[in-house]
Each structure stands twice: as C-alpha cells, then as structure tokens.
Design a protein around this ligand. Structure first.
Ligand SMILES: Cc1cc2nc3c(=O)[nH]c(=O)nc-3n(C[C@H](O)[C@H](O)[C@H](O)COP(=O)(O)O)c2cc1C
Length: 166
C-alpha cells in the first residue's frame, strides 16, 4: 500500500472478527513501531502484549472501553521507559510517532486498530497488572484485530489548520 493511501484510509476500528492474529503479524507491527524516529535515537518505547482472554479481561477493567479490549484479538500496551528518556516532551512525541507507525503497519496488513488513551486514567492499575515498576509509564493501548466494521471519520479542510503563510 502507498504510504499516503495508508495514512488517509486508516480509520479507528472498534469491532473485530474472531479471526486470530498471528505472533508474526504482531511482531511486524511492533517492528514498524520501533523504526520511528526519536530524539538522540533514544528509542524510549517498550511494549507489553496482551493475548490471552483472561489477561485482556483484566486489562479491560482499567477502562470504560472494556468492550473494545475484550473483543480485540491482541492489545499492545505502549510504555515510556523513563530511564531511557532525555526530554519528556520529545520522548512522548517520539512514542506518538511509534504508535502511528504501528497503526499504519497494522492497516497495511489488513488489521483494524484503535489507539486507546482513556485507559491512561488508570495507568497505575495497568502497571500493576503487568508487574512493572514506576520506571515504565503507560502511553497508550493499541487494540487490534481483523476489522468487523469499516470505521468512519472526517477532517476539517486543509485551510482550517494553516495559521498563515509568511
Ligand atoms: C491520543 C489519542 C487517544 C485516543 N483515545 C481513544 C479512546 O480512549 N477510545 C477510543 O475509542 N478512541 C480513542 N482514540 C481514537 C480517536 O477517537 C480517533 O483517532 C479519532 O476520532 C479520529 O478517527 P480516525 O482514527 O478513524 O481517523 C484516541 C486517539 C488518540 C490519538
């Protein structure tokens, strides 16, 4: 898929089929994530993969988007590994780039994803579930699976975003 086509046709998908997602495809998605740029190339992202029904059920209790997590085949928790950081703003921006790479790679593989941010309200609970120390800070959960809906959204026209041309 062309990059521009992938960027424009990716939509958040919140309903998934029961078709399993292979470990190989999950690894390909994460591989795309880790090739994102980062300040000083510090690669501050780390991942915990939720695949089992029991663990996804437990994760779902950390968010009001429980149904999405339970219906997904895999959830990838994306963490900021604080000891690897050098500037919080830049590190978090890098992790955003990593997440977008993953969403696009998944889309290219025919998978649907949604970036879950509301779960950050319970980031401490997620750390406990993952048995992770405070050195790791949850940035997002990516729910994924083969899509059972098309998804839809729109954007303001380009002019809306251009402040000025100098
Ligand atoms: C930082 C961030 C947090 C988000 N959190 C949630 C969330 O908690 N639940 C959800 O259903 N979608 C969440 N989304 C998905 C957005 O709702 C979605 O990207 C937006 O409506 C545009 O739709 P599109 O992705 O289909 O283009 C989040 C997206 C971002 C970037």
């Amino acid at each position: 898929m062309e990059v521009i086509e992938a960027i424009k046709s990716r939509r958040s998908i919140r309903h998934y089929t029961s078709e399993p997602v292979s470990d190989y495809v999950v690894a390909q998605i994460i591989e795309a994530g880790i090739w994102a740029p980062s300040g000083l190339n510090n690669q501050p992202w780390r991942f915990v993969i939720f695949q089992s029904k029991d663990k996804k059920e437990a994760l779902s209790q950390c968010t009001s988007y429980a149904r999405i997590i339970k219906e997904s085949q895999v959830c990838i928790c994306v963490f900021y590994y604080i000891p690897s950081g050098y500037n919080r703003d830049k590190d978090i921006l890098s992790i955003g780039a990593c997440i977008q790479n993953m969403l696009l790679a998944a889309h290219d593989r025919g998978l649907g994803t949604v970036w879950l941010g509301e779960i950050l309200n319970k980031k401490q609970m997620v750390n406990e579930l993952c048995s992770l120390s405070g050195e790791y800070e949850l940035m997002a959960v990516i729910a994924l699976g083969y899509p059972d809906e098309k998804g839809s959204s729109n954007r303001h026209p380009l002019e809306h975003f251009i402040i000025k041309k100098l």
